[in-house]
Design a binder for this molecule. Sequence first.
Ligand SMILES: [Zn+2]
Ligand SMILES: [Zn+2]
Length: 100
Amino acid sequence: MNKNSFECENCGKEVPKASFGTRNRNHCPYCLYSLHVDIKPGDRGSKCGGKMPPVGKMYKPDGEEVLVHKCGKCGLTRKNRVAGDDSYEEVAKLPILEYF
Ligand SMILES: [Zn+2]
Ligand SMILES: [Zn+2]
């Protein structure tokens, strides 16, 4: 374990922090789980620390795909950009959400 990677709390895989297409990786590319650690992206300001499973995906007007995560502890939902190396199969399994 080094500071350039972290261990996913859900699937236990080692995840490199840097990835193509994202500056602040905030979810696991294998199982897509996120952690509720930020108030604003990248600030690590939240004390919640709950696991945030992906609950669906949405498409922005420009066609960009975004994941929707929901915190299992406090219920907060958050939209996150799909990273360049996210598991395509996992993203494909998620339901498309119209609103949330
Ligand atoms: Zn994972
Ligand atoms: Zn939370």
